[in-house]
Design a protein around this ligand. Structure first.
Ligand code: UD1
Length: 337
C-alpha cells in the first residue's frame, strides 16, 4: 500500500517513514523543508538502503498534491506537515491558522477528489489543556487551547469530525501525541530543531554537547512531588510504530469512521527526573539552573493509553533510559558531522 507522508522529512515523519517500510508499506514523502533538512533523506537512505520517493512542495498546493496523489496511486495519507512552535504561534497566529488548517483542508479536499479513503492526522495532548484529572483518556473533555498552535490541533480534530459526520467516504484517525523524544537507534535521523530549541530534550542534549551554556528548568515550585512539571515522554520510534497500527485499523474500516487515540507511555516523569535520568544513562553532568515558570505551561499531564493498546494493538517498547541514550547519541552524531 502506498502511503503519502506529508512532513515526512520532519522529526516524527521521518521515523514513521522507516516504520512504514519495515511493515511493508511504500511511503512517498511530501515536504517543503520549511522546518526540516534535505540531509534527512540521506539518513533515511542509510537506514533503508534505498531512496524514498519524495516531492518538494507545500501541501497547501492543491494542484500539486492532487497530481502526486493520483500519479503515485496513493491509498492512505499521514498528515504531519504543520508548524509546531508554541511561542511563535502566539506571536503570529495567522501564520499558524493559515498553514496548519489550510494544509489539512487541502489534504481532505484532495482525498475527496482523488478518492483516497484513509487518513491519519497528527494531533496533540495539547487539546486537553490543563486537565482536571490525570491520566487523561480520550473521553477527557478538551479545554480551550493555551496557544494558537494548540488551537490548530483542536480545530483540526473538529474539522475531521465534521467531515465524517457529513457522510464523506473516508476513515480518519487522529493521534494525540504526548511528548516525543529520542532518535532512531542508528543515529541516522533525529530531531533537528530550528535555532534555539524550545523543547526540553533538544535543549538538554545541546547543553550537554556545549552548544548551549546552561539549561533553565522552568519552575520547581509546582504542585508536584519535586516541584517541576510532569510530562509523558515517549520514544519517537514507539510513536512512529503507532502510525502503522493506525493504518492497519483504517484498512479494515469500510468508509465513514472517525476515531482518536492517545499516544504516550501511560506514565508521567518530571522535568527534574528526566534530567537526572539523562545524566545517569549517559554518565555526564548537565549544567542547569532553576528559573521562573514558563507562561502557559501545563503543570502535569500524562496519558491513559489503554484504548490504543486495545484497539490499535499497540504499546510502547522503549524505556526513558533508551530514549535519552538515543537522543544523546544523535546529538553527538550531529556534532561529528
Ligand atoms: C507542548 C505541548 C505539545 C506540543 C509541544 C510543541 C502541552 C501539554 N504540550 O509540549 O502538545 O506538541 O509543546 O512544542 O501543551 N522545559 C524546561 N526548560 C526548557 C524547555 C522545557 O524546563 O528549556 C520544561 C517545560 O517547562 C515543560 C517540559 O520541559 O515542563 C516540556 O517542555 P516542552 O518540551 O517544550 O514540551 P511541552 O511544553 O510539554
Amino acid at each position: 500500500m502506498k502511503v503519502l507522508v506529508t512532513g515526512g522529512a520532519g522529526f516524527i515523519g521521518s521515523h514513521t517513514v522507516v516504520e512504514l517500510v519495515n511493515a511493508g508499506y511504500s511511503p512517498v514523502i511530501v515536504d517543503n523543508f520549511s522546518n526540516s533538512e534535505k540531509s534527512v533523506l540521506q539518513g533515511l537512505k542509510n537506514i533503508l538502503g534505498f531512496d524514498v520517493p519524495f516531492y518538494e512542495f507545500d501541501c497547501n498546493d492543491f494542484n500539486k498534491l492532487k497530481e502526486v496523489v493520483e500519479a503515485e496511486k496513493i491509498e492512505g495519507i499521514i498528515h504531519f506537515a504543520a508548524y509546531k512552535a508554541v511561542g511563535e504561534s502566539v506571536q503570529n497566529p495567522l501564520k499558524y491558522y493559515r498553514n496548519n488548517l489550510g494544509s489539512m483542508i487541502t489534504v481532505l479536499e484532495v482525498m475527496k477528489e482523488a478518492g483516497v479513503k484513509n487518513l491519519v492526522f497528527s494531533s496533540s495532548c495539547t487539546v486537553y489543556g490543563q486537565p482536571d484529572h490525570i491520566p487523561v483518556t480520550e473521553e477527557t473533555p478538551k479545554k480551550k487551547a493555551e496557544s494558537p498552535y494548540g488551537n490548530t490541533k483542536a480545530i483540526g480534530e473538529d474539522i475531521l469530525e465534521d467531515v465524517i459526520k457529513s457522510g464523506e467516504k473516508m476513515d480518519i484517525i487522529a493521534l494525540r501525541y504526548f511528548n516525543p523524544i529520542g532518535a532512531h537507534p542508528t543515529a541516522e535521523i533525529g530531531e533537528l530543531p530550528n535555532g534555539v530549541p524550545s523543547n526540553l530534550v533538544p535543549f538538554i542534549t545541546q547543553t550537554a554537547i556545549g552548544k548551549r551554556e546552561q539549561l533553565t528548568v522552568f519552575g520547581d515550585d509546582y504542585d508536584t512531588p519535586d516541584g517541576s512539571n510532569i510530562r509523558d515522554f515517549i520514544h519517537v520510534v514507539d510513536l512512529a510504530k503507532a502510525h502503522v497500527s493506525a493504518l492497519e485499523l483504517l484498512k479494515s474500516k469500510s468508509g465513514n469512521t472517525y476515531d482518536v487515540f492517545n499516544l504516550g507511555t501511560g506514565e508521567g516523569n518530571s522535568v527534574l527526573e528526566l534530567i537526572n535520568t539523562f545524566e545517569k544513562v549517559n554518565d555526564l553532568k548537565l549544567n542547569y539552573k532553576i528559573g521562573p515558570r514558563r507562561p502557559g505551561d501545563v503543570v502535569k499531564i500524562y496519558g491513559d493509553v489503554a484504548k490504543a493498546g486495545k484497539i490499535l494493538n499497540w504499546k510502547t517498547q522503549k524505556s526513558l533510559d533508551e530514549s535519552l541514550a538515543d537522543a544523546w547519541r544523535w546529538e553527538q552524531k550531529l556534532k561529528n558531522n
